[in-house]
Ligand binder design. Structure first.
Ligand SMILES: Nc1ncnc2c1ncn2[C@@H]1O[C@H](COP(=O)(O)OP(=O)(O)OP(=O)(O)O)[C@@H](O)[C@H]1O
Length: 240
């Protein structure tokens, strides 16, 4: 079992957002996590990172997440947050290369080979022209692509992506979903991706987990399930 969520209950103080959520991902797969604003999608990722208290269990590779010290440093989990702000000038290649952090000792510098790896990833994403630019001068969408490149370099088995296509134009949205599909099918990664871009899911192989439903379960992505979930979300928001 790659990921197993068992009777998960999580939220903030008086407000329970995730009630008794259970699902299993037995083999590498793509899971689109959808739901209304405030449904608890990011909160689910926070539970994966032990940033909110929860009841129930989250197991990865048959191990309770509570018992794995720093899963990011071990290459088990990587996480791309919704907002990732950098407020100081830094070259794009210096930011991307940091994806190799777990292969470095504290204060060890990145070398020529590391920068080559960073450049290769950026070429794969057709973003090599940005390598030498100051990250803070890039457009929101370009910045998002750079974070994805850094996450690719981390090379973790399970990737948690919080709205990775939020600021992207239609071309890049399509590219990113196709890239995520390649991560799963060719590299055996498991990708949990929060998204509001339901129509981009149509060509994907994988599952939908709709956290706005009263009892969310993994639903295989088909034109019918995408439409059914779109209709469900458009029909109204649950009362809080
Ligand atoms: N630290 C916190 N303390 C109290 N409430 C919080 C905290 N963080 C988030 N919330 C609330 O929990 C609810 C769910 O937040 P969450 O970020 O999980 O939603 P989401 O499904 O990811 O939404 P969106 O689609 O808007 O990103 C929101 O109403 C939010 O205001």
């Amino acid at each position: 079992m790659i990921v197993e969520v068992d009777k998960l209950v999580a939220g903030y103080e008086q407000r329970v957002l995730i009630r008794n959520l259970s699902f299993c991902i037995p083999a590498p797969g793509f899971i689109a996590i959808i739901g209304h604003n405030g449904a608890g999608k990011t909160t689910l990722f926070k539970a994966f990172q032990q940033q909110v208290p929860y009841q129930g269990a989250i197991r990865v590779l048959q191990q309770d997440l509570h018992s794995i010290p720093n899963p990011a440093a071990q290459g088990i989990l990587s996480y791309l947050p919704q907002k990732n702000i950098v407020s100081f000038p830094i070259k794009v290649h210096d930011l991307v290369v940091m994806g190799l952090f777990r292969k470095k000792r504290f204060f060890e510098n990145y070398g020529a080979q590391d920068y080559e790896q960073a450049a290769t990833i950026m070429k794969q994403l057709h973003l090599a022209h940005l390598l030498d630019q100051d990250f803070t001068t890039l457009s929101g969408g370009e910045q998002q692509m750079v974070w994805l490149a850094q996450l690719m370099l981390q090379d973790a088995g399970i990737c948690l992506l919080d709205e990775p296509t939020q600021q992207l134009d239609v071309y890049y949205k399509k590219q990113v979903f196709s890239l995520l599909q390649d991560w799963v099918l060719q590299q055996g990664k498991t990708v949990l991706c929060i998204t509001h871009d339901l129509h981009n899911l149509l060509p994907m192989q994988g599952y939908i987990l709709n956290l706005s439903k009263p009892s969310p379960v993994l639903e295989r992505i088909t034109p019918e399930t995408v439409q059914q979930n779109q209709d469900f979300l458009e029909a109204g928001r649950p009362r809080l």
